[in-house]
Design a binder for this molecule. Structure first.
Ligand code: SAM
Length: 218
C-alpha cells in the first residue's frame, strides 16, 4: 500500500495542503492503514474520513495535514491533542516534536484502539494517551506550547485558553453541529488572543463539560 500512500501525499502537495518536509516524512512513516479497522483498510488512502467505531471517525487526510501545518510544530513544543480517536494525528504530532504529546479521548474503547495501533510503532515514546474529558484540558501537564482539538466545539473552551502558554498556538474547529470554522488562536498575553480563520470543515462534536451536551440514546 506504500504506493497508494505516496500517491495521496503527492496529491496533497499538488493541492497546496502539504508543504512541510517533516510532516511529509511523518506521513510516510505512519501509513494511515495502520490506524483504521480491518473493514475500512482498503479505503485508507482515500481522502475521506473513515469510520473507526463508536460513531467516530479518523479525519480526512487533507484535514489532518491542514491542521498540522497550521499548528506549526517546533521540536521543543509540548502539545495537547483533544480527541485521540485512532491515534493517527497524535502519532504525527509526536514525530514532529521531541517533547511529550498528551492526547485525551473520552471513549474507553477508542483509548484501547489507539493504544493498540500505537504498539505497531514502538519508536514513538512521547505520545501519552489519556482517558478523560478533553473539553476541560489537562491541567496536570499544563501549560502547553500547542493545542489541537480534533472535534468541533460550540465555543472555544475556556480551560484550553487558560492552559495555552503565552506565545502558544491552538487550532480548533468551532460552530454548530452542521458546519464549523477552523481557527488558529495565538495567545498574546494572559487575556489577549489573536484569531485567524483556516476555513470551513465538518467534524464530529466535542462533548463534555465545555463541549456539546451529550444526547441520551433512546
Ligand atoms: N484525531 C483523531 C484521529 O487521528 O483519529 C480523530 C478524532 S475524531 C474526528 C474526534 C474524537 O474526539 C473522537 O474520537 C471523539 O470520541 C473525541 N471526543 C469528543 N469529545 C471529547 C471529549 N470531551 N474529550 C475527549 N475526546 C472527545
Amino acid at each position: 500500500m506504500s504506493y497508494q500512500n505516496r500517491q495521496l501525499i503527492w496529491k496533497m502537495k499538488k493541492d497546496g495542503h502539504l508543504k512541510s518536509k517533516e510532516i511529509e516524512q511523518a506521513l510516510l512513516e505512519l501509513p494511515r492503514e495502520k490506524f483504521v479497522p480491518a473493514n475500512v483498510k482498503r479505503f485508507a488512502y482515500e481522502n475521506t474520513p473513515l469510520d473507526i467505531g463508536k460513531r467516530q471517525t479518523i479525519s480526512q487526510p487533507a484535514t489532518v495535514v491542514i491542521m498540522t501545518e497550521a499548528l506549526d510544530v517546533k521540536k521543543t513544543d509540548k502539545i495537547l491533542e483533544i480527541g485521540t480517536g485512532s491515534g493517527w494525528q497524535g502519532a504525527i504530532l509526536a514525530k514532529l516534536t521531541k517533547k511529550n504529546v498528551y492526547s485525551v479521548e473520552h471513549i474507553p474503547e477508542l483509548v484501547k484502539f489507539a493504544k493498540s495501533n500505537l504498539e505497531q510503532f514502538p519508536e514513538i515514546k512521547n505520545l501519552k494517551i489519556i482517558k478523560g474529558d478533553g473539553s476541560k484540558g489537562l491541567k496536570k501537564y499544563a501549560p502547553f506550547d500547542k493545542i489541537m482539538v480534533t472535534a468541533a466545539s460550540p465555543e472555544v473552551p475556556k480551560p484550553l485558553l487558560d492552559q495555552l502558554k503565552v506565545g502558544g498556538k491552538m487550532v480548533i474547529p468551532y460552530g454548530d453541529s452542521y458546519s464549523q470554522e477552523m481557527i488558529s488562536i495565538t495567545k498574546k498575553n494572559k487575556t489577549k488572543f489573536d484569531r485567524a480563520s483556516i476555513g470551513f470543515f465538518n467534524f464530529v462534536p466535542l462533548l463534555g463539560k465545555y463541549g456539546f451536551k451529550e444526547k441520551k440514546e433512546e
